[in-house]
Structures are given as structure tokens and as C-alpha cells.
Write a protein that binds this ligand. Structure first.
Ligand code: ADP
Ligand code: MG
Length: 221
């Protein structure tokens, strides 16, 4: 799925957070959007997800203007959003059930994705019985099981310790490449941006080289 953002202005009430932003993401690409806290990264993802009214400009997904949310576009947050009373397996199955996927098929898909993220042995565990990194893997499985064509990740690993974060970054890149999923990955962490991005855009400074020094310089203005 390709995304073309043209002259986008969005905000809350009368204050605009992003003004006249242009950005393109090609099909299958992982674009990292970096920038300090409060610069509008989450706002950008909300606009692409179709959760915010656009003041001016447009967001085109495969050439079609975004007017609301769609199953094709999935948001992933720092908070895993798992239901505490449902097992890992049943959490992954839930959105599939809501989509009307048959019982047999959703079980098979959920198991396949739990296996892919290394949690086959934990399908019966409740979220509170899993570590933070494992819960993020369940969230990833739940998201990808729905077959989104565009994944919008909003600092998903911000709450994880450094080692777990490293393992998740590797897994995410592997799985996104394998599935050819177009991704916008938002982070304020420069090292994460270097590691994950095909391209890196710093909000307010435009596209920068995927090198640590270049990103740091742009983020610090
Ligand atoms: P980032 O994700 O880069 O930290 P955000 O997109 O969350 O930044 O926020 C950008 C700006 O918009 C901030 O000044 C923030 O205070 C403001 N903002 C974010 N969400 C809301 C909201 N729901 N209502 C009003 N202002 C908001
Ligand atoms: Mg944010």
C-alpha cells in the first residue's frame, strides 16, 4: 500500500499541530518518523489512520483519500491493549471474530501468528502472566493476523527494557519485510530510527540520512 501526504494540516480545535506537510511512502517500505516529544508524531499517525479531521490537504492511500478508519490500516501503540481476562490466543482471535472469520480459520491464523512471534507455548497464558515484551508480541500477532496492508506504529517499544526492545525491533523488521507490509514507524529514539528505517523523516526538518549523526542533528534542530 502506498501513502501520499499532500499539504496536510491537522490539529485540535483551532491550533494546528502539522502544517502543510508533504510525505510519501512507497509500497512495502518502512518509513521512520522521528522527532522530539510533542512535535506531532502521534497526530500524524492519527490523521493517516483516519481518526482526525483534516483541516486542509489530503492523505491518499493507494491514491484514494482517507475519510475514516479502515481494516487495511492498523495502529499499534505502546499500550498493548490486550483484554486481561482473555488468553493470548483468544486476544489474537478477537478482531478476527469481529470480522466474521470462521472459528476454525481464526484459530489457525491466531496460532500461526503466535508461533511466528515465538509464543506458541504461551497461547493459554493471560496477559498478566506474560512479560512486557511478550505482551507486545501478542499485540503484534493480533495486528498482523488481521492482514493489514499498512501498519502505523506509535512508539510501540517505548516501555520495554533495552534488551527486550532490541529483540522486538529485530522481530518486527523481519516480519514486516516477510509480509511486505508498508509501515510508518514513529519513534523519538534515534538508535531505533537508524535500525528500523528504510528512510527517516524528522518532523519539522524533512527527510534525513539514515545515519545517527544526521538524525541527531535534525532532531536537535
Ligand atoms: P508526539 O506524538 O510527537 O509526542 P503529539 O502528536 O501527541 O506529539 O502532540 C502534538 C501536539 O498536539 C502537542 O502539543 C500536544 O499537546 C497536542 N495534542 C495532542 N493530542 C491532543 C488532543 N487530543 N487535544 C489537544 N491537543 C493535543
Ligand atoms: Mg506520541
Amino acid at each position: 500500500m502506498s501513502v501520499r501526504i499532500e499539504g496536510l494540516t491537522v490539529g485540535y480545535g483551532r491550533s494546528s499541530v502539522l502544517r502543510d506537510l508533504d510525505l510519501t511512502i512507497s509500497d512495502g517500505e518502512i518509513l521512520v518518523v522521528a522527532g522530539p516529544s510533542g512535535c506531532g508524531k502521534s497526530t500524524l499517525l492519527r490523521a493517516v489512520a483516519g481518526l482526525l479531521p483534516i483541516v486542509s490537504g489530503q492523505v491518499l492511500v493507494d491514491g484514494v483519500p482517507v475519510r475514516g478508519t479502515s481494516r487495511d490500516r492498523a495502529l499499534v501503540f505502546q499500550d498493548d491493549g490486550l483484554l486481561p481476562w482473555r488468553s493470548a490466543l483468544r486476544n489474537v482471535e478477537l478482531p478476527l471474530a469481529l470480522q466474521g472469520v470462521s472459528k476454525v480459520e481464526r484459530r489457525e491464523r491466531a496460532r500461526g501468528w503466535l508461533d511466528r512471534v515465538g509464543l506458541a507455548a504461551f497461547e493459554r497464558y493471560l496477559p498478566r502472566e506474560l512479560s512486557g515484551g511478550m505482551r507486545q508480541r501478542v499485540q503484534l500477532a493480533r495486528t498482523l493476523a488481521q492482514g493489514p496492508r499498512l501498519v502505523l506504529m506509535d512508539e510501540p517499544f517505548g516501555a520495554l527494557d533495552a534488551r527486550t526492545r532490541g529483540a522486538m525491533q529485530e522481530l518486527v523488521v523481519e516480519v514486516l519485510r516477510e509480509t511486505g507490509t508498508t509501515t510508518i514507524f514513529v519513534t523519538h529514539d534515534v538508535d531505533e530510527a537508524v535500525l528500523l528505517g528504510d528512510r527517516v523523516v524528522v518532523l519539522g526538518a524533512g527527510e534525513v540520512d539514515v545515519r545517527r549523526e544526521a538524525i541527531l542533528a535534525a532532531v536537535q534542530g
